[in-house]
Design a protein around this ligand. Structure first.
Ligand SMILES: Cc1cc2nc3c(=O)[nH]c(=O)nc-3n(C[C@H](O)[C@H](O)[C@H](O)COP(=O)(O)OP(=O)(O)OC[C@H]3O[C@@H](n4cnc5c(N)ncnc54)[C@H](O)[C@@H]3O)c2cc1C
Length: 460
């Protein structure tokens, strides 16, 4: 048997959010779609298998642990619960697409052989797929910092390894205090692990305003997480059951020991193995696939969606990438990445931090006339919900244009922030003013009621 040669109207490489959304819409529009996914454990991509869904489920489980629960047993049961949900989502993702008459999912790594053809597998099992339109949606993977002993340490774990282990580590060192690092720190600390975060910058969340970042640090430290800023990890030394992480801080060399070491220092686009040269698709100097604002690569019939194009690494951005590509293929071609306004983001610690738009620091640097409103959650009389669910930590801050009353930015560190921010960004996108948001009617008791009050708490 030789190579099996298939053709399709559209070929999608990678089963991420953008690729699968586009694949569904294109099949619904009558096109024949083939989707190639390299791993049978990844149907649906990073988010439902090893990203958003399992981590947010772990946030939920870890917060429901009672003091009398055995930490190890509770953790093992939680991991089993995560596995059950992710397997169901994975199977659902496969069936929903492969079950369609005009869609086929092929399992195996795809690699370009020419600008219109991708090969999967080798030898007698080799399949080639040729299509006039190709979407690349291969996601991102963890980047390992250049720290002596880290790569070969048997105690090094990736986020994917960590959430698949049944054994709760007694101690965990996290190198990197970014979003992923802090989410894992909170999850594992709540499960009962002693967590240390080593962050090389002099404070956490450098992009956020200092006052907001300080409350985040207070919340995490209050939960017992050891946060060491200004600390550069320089060496990882393995022992039988533990590793010693050597770090430098203020000119001193210090150590911390743990059963597991998580490097959370960012993720890079997955382009290795795609053989982009054969397709004539260019990569950027940062290793992402180069795209224009319509997500076309240097080959106009090939698009790149999601993390692989170097944009913000969020599932909902990959989804919006699919909207842009679909608009090119089926619509009037007007949508583009530049028309996005106020893309929110959430750090899922407890309580979560959700932000959008400009920080105070950024607005001032732009020379804008602004009004800053800010109130600690515990002091917001209009938001009894915080007291009813016994989570009164946090702060709500708004940056408002002093001339137009339009909201320029928000930082919500509060229970329900991941929901509230979507209302704020809707207002920002559609020109709803701070006063209109303040004077709106909200259900009671709810967290959005805070908006009735916070805008009046102007910081002088
Ligand atoms: C631990 C963690 C938590 C996260 N939490 C959140 C969150 O709460 N909210 C949020 O919005 N985002 C979160 N993210 C980010 C989010 O998961 C990603 O931004 C998103 O999943 C990227 O989707 P994508 O469409 O780019 O591709 P992905 O979902 O990454 O899918 C790419 C797919 O391509 C496959 N592939 C790669 N190379 C090939 C090849 N050569 N041939 C065939 N297939 C290939 C991969 O196996 C993978 O299945 C999190 C990420 C991580 C790691």
């Amino acid at each position: 048997m030789g190579t099996t040669a298939l053709t399709a109207d559209v070929l999608v490489v990678g089963f991420g959010k953008g690729g699968k959304t586009a694949a569904h819409a294109l099949t619904d529009a009558g096109q024949r779609v083939i989707l190639v996914e390299r791993s049978a454990n990844m149907y649906g991509g990073t988010c439902p298998n090893v990203g958003c869904v399992p981590t947010k489920m772990l946030v939920h489980y870890s917060n429901s642990r009672r003091l009398e629960d055995d930490a190890q047993e509770f953790f093992a049961n939680s991991v089993a619960g995560v596995r059950a949900l992710t397997s169901a989502f994975r199977a659902g993702n496969f069936e929903a697409l492969n079950g369609k008459d005009t869609a086929t999912v092929i399992t195996g790594a795809g690699s370009f052989v020419d600008p219109h053809t991708v090969a999967v597998g080798e030898g007698p099992d080799r399949i080639t797929v040729t299509a006039p339109t190709i979407l690349i949606n291969t996601g991102s993977e963890p980047m390992l910092p250049d720290i002596a002993g880290l790569v070969n340490s048997k105690h090094r774990v990736s986020s994917t390894d960590l959430i698949q282990k049944d054994q709760l580590p007694e101690r965990l060192v996290i190198i990197g205090g970014g979003y992923l690092g802090l989410e894992f720190a909170a999850i594992y600390q709540h499960f009962g692990t002693q967590v240390t975060v080593l962050e090389s910058a002099d404070r956490l969340l450098r992009r956020e305003d200092e006052d907001v970042a300080q409350v985040v640090a207070d919340v995490l430290a209050g939960d017992g997480i050891r946060l060491i800023t200004g600390a550069s990890a320089v060496d990882v030394r393995d022992h039988d059951t533990t590793a010693t992480v050597v770090y430098e801080k203020d000119g001193r060399t210090l150590t911390v020991e743990a059963e597991a070491v998580l490097a959370a220092t960012g993720r890079r686009p997955v382009i290795a193995g795609l053989n982009l040269e054969a397709a004539g698709v260019r990569a950027t100097s940062h290793g992402a696939i180069e795209v224009d604002e319509y997500l076309r690569t240097s080959q106009p019939h090939i698009f790149a969606l999601g993390d692989v194009n170097g944009g913000p690494q969020f599932t909902y951005v990959s989804l919006d990438d699919a909207r842009i590509v679909l608009d090119q293929l089926l619509g009037d071609g007007k949508r583009n990445t530049a028309d996005r306004v106020a893309v929110p983001q959430t750090l899922f610690i407890t309580p979560p931090l959700a932000t959008a738009g400009l920080t105070e620091k950024e607005a001032r640097a732009e020379g804008r006339a602004i009004t800053v409103s800010r109130e600690n959650v515990a002091d917001i009389i209009a938001m009894p919900r915080a007291y009813t669910v016994e989570e009164t930590r946090g702060v709500i801050k708004f940056i408002v244009d002093a001339d137009t009353d339009l909201i320029l930015g928000a930082a919500l560190l509060t229970i329900d922030a991941q929901e509230m921010i979507n209302l704020v960004t809707l207002a920002m996108r559609h020109g709803i003013t701070a006063t209109q948001l303040r004077d709106s009617i909200y259900t009671h008791p709810s967290s959005t009621e805070a908006f009735n009050e916070v805008f009046d708490k102007v910081v002088r």
